[in-house]
Design a protein around this ligand. Sequence first.
Ligand SMILES: NC(=O)C1=CN([C@@H]2O[C@H](COP(=O)(O)OP(=O)(O)OC[C@H]3O[C@@H](n4cnc5c(N)ncnc54)[C@H](O)[C@@H]3O)[C@@H](O)[C@H]2O)C=CC1
Ligand SMILES: O=C(O)[C@@H]1CCC=N1
Length: 265
Amino acid sequence: MSAKKIAIIGGGNLGSAIAQGLVKSGFSQPSDITVTKRNTSTLADLKAAGVQVETDNAKAIRQSEVIVVALKPYNVREVLQQLKGDLDPAKHILISVVTGVSIADLSHIVPGMPVVRAMPNTAIAIQESITCICAANASEEQLRYVKTMFDQLGATVSIDEKLMDAATVLGACGIAFALRFIRANIQGGIEIGFDVRTASLIAAQTVKGAAELLIRENRHPEEEIDKVTTPKGCTIAGLNEMEHQGFSSSLIKGISTSYNKIVKG
Ligand SMILES: NC(=O)C1=CN([C@@H]2O[C@H](COP(=O)(O)OP(=O)(O)OC[C@H]3O[C@@H](n4cnc5c(N)ncnc54)[C@H](O)[C@@H]3O)[C@@H](O)[C@H]2O)C=CC1
Ligand SMILES: O=C(O)[C@@H]1CCC=N1
């Protein structure tokens, strides 16, 4: 368990999910986590779990050592400008999960601060995130701490900062892409006879099983696909029809479009 106090500035979708994961994993005592938001009414569940909820960012920062910034990209500069007097490079480490805001940008606003950029996804709430991290100006001990923290919340991979936008698309947006894939399977499942609950369970567990074959067994997808595709069988017939309709191509183009949205605006 971490002895450090953690402030999460911006208790929206991701900030709340991080707090939930920290509590569920036992990495932090709930009372050692403070989540801030201008209107804290949506944070009732976290409050009930013992997490401190706060409207005053400066107060949350003063009572913490680890500062997780989970604000929207368009207001992070303004909010950090207001808080720079409360941030102390000797005491605090800044972890930004904000999309598209570089370490150089952050260091320009709060000079001298140890900064880690982290890109988790919303499965962090249930300790199943993949979190990509990169850092500047942070000590070995601080980096170890951040990696240990995110390791409790799923898997962690250290990357070059130049890949952070790509990590955002593949890992963070990827949750939505995967869920849309599952939803389409549910719609198809209903069309061929299942009720929605049964279709949802079969579709979600099947995707979980496919992912576990890759993660646990370190296999290549096509190696596993070969085991399913009986010659002249129904799997290859369905797969080929999906490809004729642009299945892989649509996913690759979607990933590229998301990436360009971050990079080019
Ligand atoms: N939602 C996701 O799946 C992921 C989001 N991100 C990034 O994380 C950041 C947050 O994203 P979301 O949680 O989705 O957005 P969100 O809009 O749900 O959360 C931002 C929160 O900040 C609060 N806020 C605004 N001004 C504030 C202030 N002055 N003080 C305290 N709180 C304030 C807002 O009320 C809101 O609840 C973004 O930069 C996003 O790009 C990164 C990875 C995944
Ligand atoms: O769509 C977005 O802008 C954010 C970044 C990653 C996930 N959601």
